[in-house]
Design a protein around this ligand. Structure first.
Ligand code: ZN
Length: 237
C-alpha cells in the first residue's frame, strides 16, 4: 500500500513540474510504466529515474537530463529530445522511432535491441554506446559520433552517415555493401526497373511496360545499403 502511494506521488511531482513548478528536482523518481505522453519536460532533471516501460511518446524532452535513467522498454516515439542527455542510461529495447534527437548524448548508453527507425540523430554522441542489435534503418546519423560504439547486428539500411565518426566500430564501407543480382534490361522497352513476382520470386514484371520474364544475368552487383561521403570517418582498412 505504501509502495503504491509512493508511486502515485512521484507521478504527480512530474506533472506538477510540467505545469509550472519547474524548480523542483525530479531525480531518482519511481515512474515505472507511467504515461507522460506529450508532456512538456523540457530541461527537467530526471537523472537516475526509473522509467522502465514508461510512455514518453511525443513528449517534449529538449535538453532534458536522463543521465543513468532506466528507460528499458520505454516508448519515446516522436519525442522531441534535441540535446537531451541520456549518458549511461539504460534504453534496452526502447522504442525511439521518428524521435527528434539532434545533438542528444548517448555516451556509454545501453541501446541494445532499441528501435530507432527514421529517428533524427544528427550530431548525436554515441561514443562507446551499446547499439548491439539496434534497429537504425532510415535514421539520420549525419555528423554523429559513433566512436567505439557496439554496432554488431545493428540494422543500418538507408542510414545517413555523412560526416559521422565510425572509428572503433568495425563498420567499414565494405561491410555496408549488399550483394544483389545484376538484371538485364527489358527486351520490349529497354527499361531496367523490375517488380519481383511475389509468387515465384524468379520471374519479374517490367516497371514500364509490364512484360514478364527472367531477368537475372547470373552476375552479381554490389550496392551500398547506407549513405556516406568523404567526411565520414572509418577505421583504416
Ligand atoms: Zn519493358
Amino acid at each position: 500500500m505504501g509502495f503504491l502511494t509512493a508511486l502515485r506521488g512521484d507521478d504527480q511531482r512530474v506533472l506538477k513540474w510540467a505545469s509550472g513548478g519547474r524548480r523542483e528536482a525530479l531525480t531518482g523518481l519511481k515512474l515505472h510504466g507511467r504515461s507522460f505522453r506529450g508532456v512538456d519536460l523540457k530541461g527537467a532533471d530526471l537523472t537516475g529515474a526509473d522509467l522502465t516501460e514508461a510512455s514518453l511518446d511525443e513528449a517534449q524532452l529538449s535538453g532534458t537530463k536522463l543521465v543513468s535513467a532506466n528507460l528499458a522498454n520505454a516508448k519515446l516515439r516522436k519525442a522531441g529530445a534535441r540535446d537531451a542527455d541520456f549518458t549511461s542510461a539504460d534504453l534496452t529495447c526502447a522504442d525511439l522511432g521518428d524521435a527528434y534527437l539532434f545533438g542528444a548524448r548517448f555516451r556509454d548508453t545501453n541501446l541494445a535491441g532499441a528501435r530507432l527507425p527514421s529517428a533524427n540523430l544528427a550530431g548525436a554522441d554515441f561514443s562507446n554506446a551499446n547499439l548491439h542489435g539496434a534497429y537504425l534503418s532510415g535514421a539520420n546519423l549525419a555528423g554523429a559520433n559513433l566512436h567505439g560504439a557496439d554496432l554488431r547486428d545493428a540494422r543500418l539500411e538507408h542510414v545517413h552517415l555523412e560526416g559521422a565518426d565510425l572509428t572503433g566500430t568495425g563498420v567499414t564501407p565494405q561491410k555496408l555493401m549488399r550483394r544483389g543480382s545484376e538484371l538485364v534490361p527489358c527486351a520490349e522497352c529497354g527499361g531496367d526497373g523490375w517488380w519481383t513476382d511475389e509468387r515465384t520470386g524468379v520471374t519479374h514484371r517490367c516497371h514500364v511496360c509490364g512484360t514478364r520474364g527472367k531477368v537475372r544475368t547470373g552476375r552479381t552487383t554490389e550496392e551500398p545499403v547506407a549513405f556516406w561521403d568523404d567526411t565520414t570517418k572509418w577505421d583504416a582498412s
